[in-house]
Design a protein around this ligand. Structure first.
Ligand SMILES: [Zn+2]
Ligand SMILES: [Zn+2]
Length: 164
């Protein structure tokens, strides 16, 4: 991580929880699965995938809520204990070392548009995807889609989590 890495700050609605992402994410998912539609109450979820240690809590604390997930393995959603807004999740499949930050909780969410649209098989039909951004019916292989730098970061995360 270099000093000129961009940082991103965000938080919940009541401003009890404030956090900083200390670098750009590895990849940004726009997920159109029915689970994400239900959790957001809308049409898709926008998640920035980043190493857990690159998300620093600046103020407050989070309540972690065990929540069922599409994979059946569950996810742990971190919510503000006061206003209950969800700020990030950890999925059992990806492990504790990888955090899915909810892009809509960033102060400047426009900075992180999707790198890929996933689960478009259940996309709501009125959502029109832009040409030029990859889109897949369900999931995909990171090795085929992620930039080299992000794959190296992911490999480092995996190496650390298997050492534990
Ligand atoms: Zn709050
Ligand atoms: Zn989803």
């Amino acid at each position: 991580m270099s000093n000129d890495d961009p940082t991103y700050e965000g938080g919940c609605t009541c401003r009890f929880v404030r956090y900083r992402m200390t670098s750009k994410p590895m990849f940004v998912h726009c997920c159109h699965c029915r689970w994400c539609q239900r959790e957001t109450g809308a049409s898709f979820a926008l998640n920035a995938l980043v190493e857990t240690e690159r998300v620093v809590l600046l103020h407050g604390e989070v309540d972690v809520v065990d929540t069922p997930s599409n994979s059946g393995k569950g996810q742990r959603i971190a919510r503000c204990p006061r206003c209950r807004i969800a700020v990030w999740s950890n999925y059992a499949g990806a492990g504790d070392a990888l955090r899915f930050v909810r892009v809509g909780t960033l102060d400047e969410p426009d900075r992180l548009p999707p790198d890929i649209h996933i689960f478009t098989s259940s996309k709501q039909p009125w959502v029109v995807l832009p040409p030029g951004t990859p889109a897949v019916a369900e999931y995909y292989r990171a090795a085929e889609m992620w930039p080299k730098e992000s794959l190296e970061r992911r490999a480092a995360v995996r190496a650390r989590s298997t050492q534990q």
